[in-house]
Design a protein around this ligand. Structure first.
Ligand code: DOR
Ligand code: ZN
Length: 412
């Protein structure tokens, strides 16, 4: 067991040559001089590992698309040590019993530490990290009863598309353009405005697709999540059914404007909204389910944006690690005493994203042609999980129960 890691750690916005002491998986101290104990030198630049608080690993129930083993493996290869999984399983997570079944099914099969959301049901499901609220129907057809939201301190993640508005614009979607027209921006904005009337705390507006949605959300004091696909892809690209997602990819100028908005520093979190479907399901646009994979490319793409000077590395780390962890109320996402020793080691060099190098069960990505910065190594709670781009451990991801986080959210 290593007592100290020595390396160039990203601390308070810059790389510092330090000794980081680890005890029971947590950072105990950070110092310039070494104390007594075994030292492991880390070769490269050390960042906090990623925290992705919006994934759909489909487990249990739809293991042909993904499962916790394959999804969490992809997370690790993409530099993410921790995920929070959404409750729109085939058997929706709407009771303690179903939640417990899900937890039992996935325990022991995750390489990453993991948390699980519940749907709003008028009471807290013990262990759930927060609530996911569907204001409009998406994959899974769930629509939430907002009177069943509990306003406790745990995060409330909103899929903000207003159902009445979606009904009004509904047309047969045959391509990315008509899919966008059938679920226009207006429906997102209406949903965000209606959430303001609910007077809730710790609200996160999921996958904002435009500057306006983000600005409206910010004006109500909500946190804003964006995805790499809404930042980098648009409806003018030749993605076909693979690019079908809810909320939709927008016009190029809206996408570029969102990317511009990111550089202003007012977005709180970047999540992948990793939502894989099989290639067979994605063959025909009209019948294709919405959603695309992304857990393995999220951190590499955002690090690429920082390398190119679109955002600072400090902000990239906040978007990828520090803020998502803080939103859940978990002590991860930062290299500081008291936080989990979850690190990635990288040389910050760009390389082309290639489908054949990714680990998704669905076997496809919409990000071929983009560059990413992939980590070489990943350390989870002081243990080396990935070494030189190979996972060297059995799944040892731990469940992060929401109960332990009570009162810890919004600490900073
Ligand atoms: O495109 C989407 N896919 N949007 C969602 O809200 C759900 C997700 C899924 O689960 O496939
Ligand atoms: Zn989602």
């Amino acid at each position: 067991m290593t007592d100290y890691f020595r390396g160039k750690f990203f601390i308070d916005g810059e790389f510092k040559e330090r000794y980081v002491e680890v005890e029971n998986g947590k950072i105990k101290s950070i110092s310039i001089e070494k104390g007594n104990g075994k030292v492991k030198a880390l070769d490269g630049l050390v960042l906090p590992a990623g925290v992705d608080i919006h994934v759909h690993f489909r487990d249990p129930g739809e293991e042909s698309k993904e499962d916790f083993y394959s999804g969490s493996k992809s997370a690790i290869y993409g530099g993410t040590s921790t995920v929070a999984d959404m409750p729109n399983n085939i058997k929706p997570i709407n009771s303690q019993e179903v939640f417990n079944e899900k937890l039992k099914a996935i325990t022991g099969r995750s390489f990453a530490d993991f948390a699980l959301y519940q749907l709003p049901i008028g009471k807290e499901i013990q262990g759930a990290i927060g609530q996911k609220i569907f204001m409009g129907k998406s994959t899974g057809g769930i629509i939430s009863d907002v009177t069943k939201i509990i306003n406790d301190e745990r995060v409330k993640v909103f899929h903000a598309e207003n159902q009445l508005c979606l009904d009004k614009y509904k047309i047969d979607d045959k391509d990315l353009k008509s899919h966008d027209n059938s679920r226009p921006l207006e429906c997102e904005i209406e949903a965000v405005e209606s959430i303001s009337g609910l007077w809730l705390n710790n609200v996160l507006i999921a996958h904002a697709t435009s500057r306006t949605v983000a600005e409206v959300a910010n004006s109500f004091g909500f946190k804003v999540e964006v995805t790499p696909h809404h930042l980098l892809l648009n409806r003018e690209m030749k993605l076909g059914p693979l690019g079908k997602v809810n909320p939709p990819l927008r016009k190029r100028i809206i996408q570029e404007d969102l990317l511009n908005y990111l550089s202003k520093g007012l977005v709180h979190v970047v999540s992948s909204d990793h939502a894989p479907h099989t290639l067979e399901e994605k063959e025909v646009f009209e019948s294709a389910p919405s959603g695309m994979p992304g857990v393995e490319t999220r951190l590499p793409l955002i690090l690429m944006l920082s390398k190119r000077g679109i955002i600072s590395l400090d902000y990239a780390v906040k978007l990828l690690s520090t803020n998502p962890a803080q939103t859940l109320g978990i002590s991860k996402g930062k290299i500081a005493p008291g936080y989990d020793a979850d690190f990635i080691i990288t040389d910050l060099e760009e390389e082309p994203i290639k489908n054949e190098n990714l680990h998704y069960k669905c076997g496809w990505t919409t990000f071929e042609g983009f560059n990413g910065i992939f980590p070489n190594d990943l350390i989870l709670r002081g243990e080396e999980i990935m070494v030189e781009r190979e996972i060297v451990e059995q799944p040892r991801g731990e469940f992060l129960s929401g109960e332990k986080r009570r009162g810890k959210n919004n600490q900073e």
